[in-house]
Design a protein around this ligand. Sequence first.
Ligand SMILES: NC(=O)c1ccc[n+]([C@@H]2O[C@H](COP(=O)([O-])OP(=O)(O)OC[C@H]3O[C@@H](n4cnc5c(N)ncnc54)[C@H](OP(=O)(O)O)[C@@H]3O)[C@@H](O)[C@H]2O)c1
Length: 407
Amino acid sequence: MSHNILITGGSGYLGGSLLARWNEAKLPAYNKLFALVRTPKQAEAVKQYGAEPLAFNAFDEAEVRTAVIDNNITVVYHLIAPRSHESQSYFIKAMAEVKKQTGRDVYFLHTTGAKIFSSHAGAPTDKPLLDNDPKLYEIQKAQQAPLQPMQEAVDTNNFVIDEAEKYGVRSYVFAPCIVYGEGEGFSNRISIQTVAIVRAAEAVKRMYRVDTGRPTWPVCHVRDNTNMYLELMRKILAGENPSYGQNGYYLAASGSVAWDDLYAAMGAALAKRDVVADSAITTANEQDLEAMAKGLGCPAGLVPLMMGGTCTFTADRGSKELGWKPLYKPEHILEYADAEVDFILRNKNWQIGLLALTTYPAPTLHTFTPQLAWYFQAEAGAPPPSPPPPRGLSLGKRDSETTALVA
Ligand SMILES: NC(=O)c1ccc[n+]([C@@H]2O[C@H](COP(=O)([O-])OP(=O)(O)OC[C@H]3O[C@@H](n4cnc5c(N)ncnc54)[C@H](OP(=O)(O)O)[C@@H]3O)[C@@H](O)[C@H]2O)c1
């Protein structure tokens, strides 16, 4: 029996782009490709890629168990909910059962974000942090994030590795970074981070930097990010056993750029379209951050998290182990900034909230979950009335606030 694969997040920017390139990748033989869907429209859309739609609640243990076991799913690419480990835990346990029943190895990929390896999450930033550093697992284990949501996402990376090991599942922690370029999927085609820069600048009619110094961050064109997902899948399907577990971190990045250079390139594109007064970059003070926060729809304390910080996470494993070669150099994001800004502005839908900008055919109203609202209150210094509500997202609720915080 060959592999049955499940992709979650197929309607998203990254998952949609992955599905769009799936067939031309000519992957080694597998039995079936499934895609998790939440609407009849999505169910119809994924069929064009040869994927069989599966509708179930990824946050309900019994539903996950049934979907995974009944369909003998042996490879899961999880592209949703990077912060909590709830859904991941259900998949890992269900896949362990498939392994027991079939005797086959099973593979679980958790999508995290470069932010979890950055200053925002208490990662070391004084030198390059390689994704194939043999100490990376210990480094992540020791990280103390300044913000609770970030600590949760660090803990989730650790949880996935530990839990998968406990259940005999091969795990991968896949880290996208600032991914840019027009997505190729059937639904959301815009990345999150570049949107935050545009939206904050538009709110204050100026491009502000949110850090001191000249911090850098890894970047990746969406095609290259997709290719890394596919090359890893190729190795898994070919039985070549790519590094997993405590050695299974994969950063998809062609290199890094300075935020200042990105602000400058995007600022020039915004100035050209009269969205900001001019292309100058100024360091934001408290008041500026407050104003940007209003535009972004988050507390001022979270603005630097959305569009700044230091991340020295460096990709090495993909090129060495998977033969992954990025098509685009890191500077391409600067050359492409004008097109990126243009695409964002043409598709913007600000009134529905920062973390919800989509290119859905009909704008969908996405709201912050009570849990994130709780964090926002806590961040703002207001005493939260009670502990954050348990996660438990419903099948119909979008998890985009988690997406944006981690990305
Ligand atoms: N884009 C980046 O630059 C970037 C960078 C670093 C990390 N990441 C991480 O990569 C992952 C994918 O990012 P993305 O840019 O593709 O995000 P996205 O465009 O916002 O897509 C999110 C996907 O998750 C699905 N989803 C949300 N809540 C769900 C739930 N409760 N049950 C089932 N599916 C749910 C959405 O389905 P619906 O369409 O039905 O809502 C959509 O398919 C995220 O974890 C994100 O944090 C992204």
